[in-house]
Design a protein around this ligand. Structure first.
Ligand code: SF4
Length: 369
């Protein structure tokens, strides 16, 4: 972790809870050292006991393992549902998630130990709670160090989710991993409109740059597709908007295309509604009506979105990912333990070529990033 050296000063000296009385991850977070800062962002070290987290539902079903090299995410997407992971550290202001980034220490060493517990064919999803290629990765190299460990493995199933062009840096490693494991990369691209993307995902790379990254991953022989999630009511959920993303995905040779509706957990609701109020004030009452009583869209809306996604995937000859849900009530919700995130199961059920006209067979609902 060259250049990231611990210091005692903090950009937010009064914001962090003191370690007194805290336990577990909150205690470890409070003990973290400031190691760097950027524009209104502070990076802190985080000692963790484990890097490979088991993700399970409240009903005890295991969906796989997840790795999140960082806690917090500088990309600051207005709809981000992972803000609650900072709440586990007793950091409850929504903006802490994007301004106080924790770097997990000794991640590669931990992974090497923990991989010994895994069976062949186990699933590992990287980046389900925070982006593994957020800006600090350029210097911290934690994600790369983890991929170097994974590249020694055989017969694992690896899913990576990112919005970042920085993943191009690791194409060599991704190829090495894909040679002996199943690897699927998901580029999250919610809109082709660069101005809208700047508002929605303030510090993530422009959509056209993400499509270019996708193209490079595909040219490198990697399986990579577009996750056009979340679909935002009244903003990105129009057929024309989805069609543009699907067309660009096709042009970039995406291996698959999928999209899921927005859900608004309490941790993300006010941040997202603040964005709506500022930029789409006419939509606020609609959002309140839809999400005040429930974090999830109605079944009817979800069905309409599914149909719309099917229509554009067919139209552009894209493969559809074999998952149906982002996080639905049918699934009963996930354990809200650190790093327990929607997505792990679904990252590998990928790429089913659609046969036009074939009758839909209901599939087991899965969680999705
Ligand atoms: S890139 Fe993902 S984890 Fe990061 S802020 Fe955006 S939605 Fe959240």
């Amino acid at each position: 972790m060259a250049n990231l050296v611990a210091s005692s000063s903090s950009l937010f000296p009064t914001d962090l809870p003191s370690g007194n009385g805290l336990v577990g991850i909150a205690r470890l977070a409070a003990d973290g050292q400031t190691i760097d800062s950027g524009y209104q962002v502070e990076f802190r070290s985080l000692k963790v006991r484990s890097i490979l987290n088991r993700t399970s539902s409240r009903r005890g079903l295991t969906f796989g393992r997840s790795i999140n090299p960082y806690r917090g995410c500088e990309f600051a997407c207005r709809y981000c549902y992972a803000r609650y992971t900072h709440e586990f550290m007793d950091l409850r202001r929504p903006e802490d998630f994007e301004r106080l980034i924790f770097l997990k220490q000794d991640a590669a060493w931990l992974l090497r130990q923990e991989l010994r517990q895994l069976r062949a064919d186990e699933e590992i999803a990287m980046g389900t709670a925070t982006d593994p290629y957020q800006p600090v990765e350029r210097r911290a190299l934690i994600t790369r160090s983890l991929l170097e460990v994974i590249a020694q493995c055989r017969r694992l199933r690896i899913g990576i989710v990112t919005k970042s062009t920085l993943i191009e840096r690791d194409i060599d490693l991704l190829q090495a991993i894909a040679a002996h494991n199943r690897l699927v990369v998901h580029l999250t691209i919610t809109t082709t409109n660069a101005r809208l993307a700047r508002l929605l995902e303030p510090r993530a790379p422009r959509p056209d740059l993400r499509f270019e990254t996708l193209r490079k991953l595909r040219r490198a022989g990697l399986q990579a597709g577009v996750l056009c999630s979340p679909l935002l009511p009244g903003i990105t959920d129009k057929p024309s908007a989805l069609d543009r993303v699907a067309a660009a995905a096709k042009a970039a040779d995406a291996s698959f295309f999928c999209a899921q509706p927005l859900f608004l957990k309490s941790c993300s609701k006010e941040t997202y509604l603040g964005f709506v109020r500022e930029h789409f004030p006419e939509l606020e009452s609609m959002y309140r009506k839809r999400f005040d009583a429930d974090a999830f869209v109605s079944r009817a809306y979800a069905r309409r979105m599914r149909e719309m996604v099917r229509t554009v995937t067919r139209k552009h000859g894209l493969c559809e990912r074999s998952t149906d849900a982002l996080l639905t009530r049918e699934l009963g919700g996930l354990d809200e333990t650190p790093d327990a995130q929607p997505g792990q199961g679904s990252l590998f059920e990928t790429v089913l070529p659609r046969k036009p006209g074939k009758r839909e067979v209901p599939r087991r609902q899965r969680l999705s990033a």
